[in-house]
Design a protein around this ligand. Structure first.
Ligand code: ATP
Ligand code: MG
Length: 246
């Protein structure tokens, strides 16, 4: 299982009067079979942190280690939009990110398409699928490389509430079955409480304000009283920090 060690991570964009501090001196340890959600208001550095973890951005200063049994861990990503290649079939979109195209690899891709209920859609092109189905292909693609750690940046925010709910359940089952480390950005506190063992609350200026453990059994339903109480308590902290930021 993956271990993530972040030390004094700092990220600035621009210089002089245009300077923006996106992350301020972040220190964090995450790892094991954990589902971590990162929440906070728009512009508080959530995507920047994920992009640095994914290697898309480099930090201004500080250090970052993502390891698996002492070696560099293999990451997978799911972003807000599925980012599929429209001229390739669903199966070819999954095969495109694999190291080989063997029968074994193809069978693995098929297994993950089945996990997101799209086992019969391998021959379709992305344009023939709904937005929710495309997002599921994106999730199957990320799982199909069997990464040690999966980074997800608001993967369900463009979807309708019912599709998002069923995808959350599928994702959670896959997390439980595969034992991955998942780091999940959302600004939906309810989604974070439903899915995670741990919630990191960021505030404007990229400060990590709180690190909350959510110790409730899975599966969780938004209608459960304990889940509603946990959500209200995170939202209260959210309000506090928003007030502090103004
Ligand atoms: N490439 C960039 N160039 C300049 N500034 C940037 C860049 N990327 C992010 N920023 C700034 O860094 C800050 C953090 O942005 P980030 O995208 O990480 O926020 P976020 O928490 O993901 O917000 P949202 O919830 O709206 O997605 C913001 O002030 C943003 O304007
Ligand atoms: Mg973002």
């Amino acid at each position: 299982m993956a271990e993530i060690k972040i030390r004094n991570l700092h990220k600035e964009f621009g210089t002089g009067a245009d300077k923006v501090v996106a992350l301020e001196d972040v220190n964090l340890d995450m790892g094991g079979h954990v589902f971590v959600s990162i929440v906070g208001p728009s512009g508080c550095g959530k995507s920047t942190l994920l992009n640095i973890l994914s290697g898309i951005e480099t930090p201004t200063s500080g250090s970052l280690e993502i390891t698996q049994s002492g070696h560099k861990a293999a990451p997978g990503y799911v972003f807000q939009a599925a980012r599929l290649l429209p001229w390739r079939t669903v199966m070819d979109n999954l095969l495109f990110v694999q190291q080989d195209k063997s029968d074994e690899t193809r069978a693995r891709c098929q297994k993950y398409l089945e996990m997101v209920q799209l086992g019969d859609k391998g021959d379709k092109f992305p344009g023939e699928l709904s937005g929710g189905m495309q997002q599921r292909v994106g999730i199957a693609r990320a799982f199909s490389i069997e990464p040690d750690v999966l980074f997800m940046d608001e993967p369900f925010s463009h979807l309708d509430a019912i599709t998002a709910r069923s995808l959350r359940r599928e994702l959670h089952t896959m997390w439980a079955d595969t034992g991955k480390t998942i780091i999940f950005v959302t600004h939906d506190v309810g989604e974070a409480v439903e899915l995670s063992n741990r919630i990191l609350v960021f505030a404007q200026g990229g400060r990590l304000e709180d690190d909350i453990t959510v110790d409730l059994d899975f599966p969780r339903d938004a209608a459960d009283e304990e889940v509603a109480i946990a959500k209200a308590s995170v939202l209260r902290k959210f309000e506090e920090f928003d007030l502090l930021a103004t």
